[in-house]
Design a protein around this ligand. Structure first.
Ligand SMILES: *Cc1c(COP(=O)(O)O)cnc(C)c1O
Length: 380
């Protein structure tokens, strides 16, 4: 059986966990947390990075940091994970859903501009499968209307936006704030984990307080205060050192992880393109303004029935392929509150997009086998 995903392991996870345990300090914001944050800041140029227990936590911190209040509007793509919207809904925001592009699931920046009202406070572009949204345009729209941009970069470790002038910009370093996930399904993982990136300096001080249960404990640990106390709202958003130690082992190997995933990704592309050219399904599109971090390989089936039949066929042949998000504007939770228009592109990706197995341990031979099965299904 070829599963859809196997959590990535790079080898030094247990060694670093042992080190953390032996150090006698395994609560949050210790040595491995600092090392992970420094590595991320140094490698990707984030102004400040705070590890969190999940990307959802990081998104919740953003909603608090932006002082989102009941009635404020936040623009979010419909084709995304629940957390992108939920974090803002918990602060009382009204979610205004935007559509995807016609040829790829990324947020359609032209649609975003048409959704802005005097109540809009923030735009949350989601870099689906680590493929960049058109960030120059989104930042321009935001600055024109005085809005904040929170990048949902959950899947975007090692992903870059390519502006016209060619100097690539790491995803998560462009918006005022950014959020990454290290959930076991992501390229780099620690079971449950995430991080908040802060690129607008004026959020740093308050973010540290919100992170540490509303206290100035982080400043106290650095020796900047002689005691710490209750300063603001917040929660316990930081992971333990056991989690941070595991994560650090993976962060050291990010380049190798991306390289291996891209090799698998390109094998899929080379082998499936001829089948797609017969009109059987559509291939994934990487827009010219984005790099690829190999997070997801998907095809877009011609109909929902086609997708169901292909999933069943692959399953019978020992291969697990899965669909992805269901449009949030049609979800049980939000459907009745949604006042907007139809979002046909988000719906099409909800109904027809199919993800194929991709993970560090997967072999090129296994990818070849999966592609052969897909060709057989379409009788080539
Ligand atoms: C995985 C994911 C999340 C949630 O991440 P957690 O770390 O599980 O909270 C949010 N948004 C997107 C786009 C994701 O892919």
């Amino acid at each position: 059986m070829i599963p859809f995903n196997k959590p990535c392991l790079t080898g030094d996870e247990m060694l670093y966990i042992q080190e953390a345990v032996a150090s006698g300090k395994i609560s949050g914001n210790g040595r491995f947390t600092q090392k992970s944050q420094k590595l991320l800041e140094g490698k990707y140029g984030f102004r400040k990075c705070l590890l969190t227990s999940s990307c959802t936590d990081a998104l919740e911190m953003c909603a608090i940091l932006l002082n989102i209040k009941p009635g404020d509007e936040v623009i979010v793509p419909s084709f995304t994970f629940v957390s992108t919207a939920l974090a803002f809904v918990r602060q009382g925001a009204v979610i205004v859903f935007a559509d995807s592009h016609k040829d790829h699931p990324g947020l359609n920046e032209d649609h975003v501009e048409s959704l802005i009202t005097p109540k809009t406070r923030a735009i949350v572009p989601v870099h689906y499968r680590g493929t960049a949204c058109k960030m120059d345009k989104i930042m321009e729209i935001a600055s024109k209307h005085g809005l904040y941009v929170v990048e949902d970069a959950a899947q975007s470790i090692d992903g870059y936006f390519l502006p016209g002038d060619g100097v690539r910009q790491p995803l998560g370093s462009i918006g005022h704030l950014g959020c990454f996930s290290f959930h076991e399904t992501k390229n780099v993982q620690c079971g449950e984990g995430g991080c908040l990136t802060i690129n607008d300096e004026h959020f740093i001080k308050r973010a540290e307080i919100i992170w540490e249960k509303g206290t100035d404990r982080a400043a106290f640990f650095r020796g900047e205060k002689d005691k710490y106390g209750w300063e603001d709202t917040g929660s316990s958003f930081l992971p333990s050192e056991i989690t941070a130690a595991f994560l650090f082992a993976q962060l050291e190997e990010t380049d190798k992880i991306t390289e291996k995933r891209l090799k698998l990704w390109h094998t899929y592309q080379d082998l499936l393109k001829p089948v797609a050219e017969q009109g059987c399904f559509s291939m994934p599109v990487i827009p010219p303004y984005s790099t690829n971090n190999g997070h997801i390989f998907y095809i877009v089936c011609n109909s929902p029935e086609d997708r169901t039949n292909l999933i069943d066929y692959l399953h019978k042949n020992g291969i697990i392929a899965v669909f992805h998000y269901q449009s949030l504007h049609k979800s049980n939770f939000y459907r009745k509150k949604y006042k907007g228009f139809d979002l046909p592109n988000a719906d099409r990706f909800s109904e027809c997009l199919l993800r194929l197995p991709i993970y560090l341990e997967l072999t090129v031979e296994e990818v070849e086998d999966i592609c052969l099965n897909i060709s057989n299904f379409y009788r080539f």
